[in-house]
Design a protein around this ligand. Structure first.
Ligand SMILES: Nc1nc2c(ncn2[C@@H]2O[C@H](COP(=O)(O)OP(=O)(O)OP(=O)(O)O)[C@@H](O)[C@H]2O)c(=O)[nH]1
Ligand SMILES: [Mg+2]
Length: 412
């Protein structure tokens, strides 16, 4: 039963990924991201969960992993900075259907910034993060923890070197750490007391391993797709801008040519639809007929009017001048001036409303477009979470995912 579910999710995700049409430019621009996502897909297929161990240097990451593995696999030393690169080892547990890969990492405070980012992103790609501390957390550690949380990572904090403290100290340290963490997330803080910790981790993996692996694969897919879409918006911003410009001059010149027919700005539906189609083509994002309608629905006509009435009321001389210049090539040099201020204002409104529409449409296209019928973000939303902790964690992921998307600068 359980097995069927993870297979089905894998097939859906694989199918989604295979249906994304990437340009050659995108393939090379996102080369390393694509490789690491393909590796995640492979691990997903092979039911291989990756658990990353992270923390500052000398907290005992390598020693802790050796004790889990019951073998001296990773080098340890009293000198900080013993581990110099990410290393991995499989952890075989009895009666476990998942393959478990453990990652040892260099202390985040002991490598240069560039390398440190690389280590962070590798740990951040793993399905579960064990964050090791050897006492109360300092500001650096707290920063790393909150980055991981913001990135939608599931983490467990492990308090190591407990032999250095007495019972009361340990209780106090645990309380201190807890008070610094977001309350609603219930991030576990577990003491490393050898056998019990091993038992705890085994239980977590049995209970949640498949969910962590599935969720993370979907999150990584979602993150990569967002990056691709953002980059498309950025790269095609200029082309979109000039297309919108073209459409607005067509509208303005329609006014110039028929100055006595009241030009219904909101009603020029055909032109607006054509603009949305053109924009979605520019962004290389599929929009079926129905989606165009949905985009219209979502672009509140009120928004459009709001922008337009402002222009209508304050039509500045500048704008009028611009419209006259803009519409000149479309009117065979025919000036709008003889038709009087009404035509000019109408034309200005046409230009402005088309620009606003273009901007809003680009945003909608970005938010709505899917590569195929199944989108990873929707797959995550469709999963049912019986556990409130996982549910909260997913909510945090989605709220940050939206916050991070600062469209404004890349809209046409
Ligand atoms: N007292 C005590 N010492 C420990 C414990 N675990 C590890 N150590 C010691 O802490 C030192 C650092 O341990 P490592 O496992 O190398 O630490 P690390 O986090 O991997 O360090 P880097 O690889 O440098 O980032 C070693 O001298 C260990 O013997 C523990 O539970 N208690
Ligand atoms: Mg180490």
């Amino acid at each position: 039963m359980k097995e069927l579910k993870i297979n089905k999710k894998y097939l859906l995700l694989k199918n989604w990924w295979e249906n994304i049409e990437l340009t050659n430019y995108e393939k090379s621009f996102f080369n390393s991201e694509i490789i690491s996502f393909n590796q995640q897909l492979f691990r997903f297929k092979e039911k291989q969960i990756r658990i990353g161990v992270y923390g500052k240097s000398g907290v005992g990451k390598s020693s802790f992993l050796n004790s889990l593995l019951e073998k001296d696999i990773f080098k340890t030393n009293i000198i900080n900075g013993t581990t110099r690169e990410i290393q991995s080892e499989f952890w075989t547990l009895k009666d476990q259907t998942l393959n478990i890969e453990l990652l040892d990492s260099p202390g985040f405070d002991f490598c240069n910034i560039k390398f440190s980012d690389k280590v962070y992103s590798c740990i951040n790609d793993s399905d579960l993060v064990l964050f090791l501390v050897s006492g109360d957390v300092n500001r650096n550690e707290l920063n790393k923890i909150s980055s991981l949380i913001k990135d939608g990572k599931k983490i467990i904090i492990i308090l190591n070197k407990i032999d250095l403290f007495n019972k009361n100290d340990l209780k106090e340290i645990k309380e201190n750490i807890k008070s610094k963490l977001p309350k609603d997330l219930n991030i576990p803080i577990i003491l490393n007391n050898g056998k019990n910790l091993k038992y705890y981790l085994t239980k977590i993996i049995n209970q949640y391993g498949e969910i962590f692996l599935t969720l993370n694969s979907l999150q990584l897919a979602d993150k990569l797709f967002l990056k691709i879409k953002e980059q498309r918006l950025k790269r095609r911003q200029k082309l979109a801008q000039s297309t919108i410009g073209k459409f607005s001059t067509i509208k303005a010149s329609a006014v110039a040519l028929n100055p006595f027919i009241l030009f219904d700005v909101a009603g020029s539906f055909a032109l607006d639809t054509a603009l949305i189609r053109e924009l979605s083509k520019i962004y290389g994002l599929k929009l079926k007929g129905e989606s165009t309608r949905k985009i219209f629905k979502n672009i509140s006509i009120n928004n459009l009017y709001l922008g337009v009435t402002q222009v209508g009321v304050n039509t500045s001389l500048n704008l009028i001048k611009k419209v006259i210049l803009l519409s000149a090539p479309f009117t065979n040099g025919l000036s709008l001036l003889p038709y009087g201020p009404i035509a000019i204002i109408q034309a200005a409104i046409a230009v402005q409303s088309t620009k606003i529409l273009g901007k809003l449409a680009a945003k909608e296209i970005f938010i709505r477009s899917k590569a195929s019928f199944m989108d990873p973000a929707i797959m995550i939303q469709n999963m049912t979470f019986h556990d409130p902790d996982i549910y909260n964690h997913i909510n945090i992921y989605f709220s940050n995912r939206n916050l991070n998307n600062n469209f404004v600068s890349i809209l046409p």
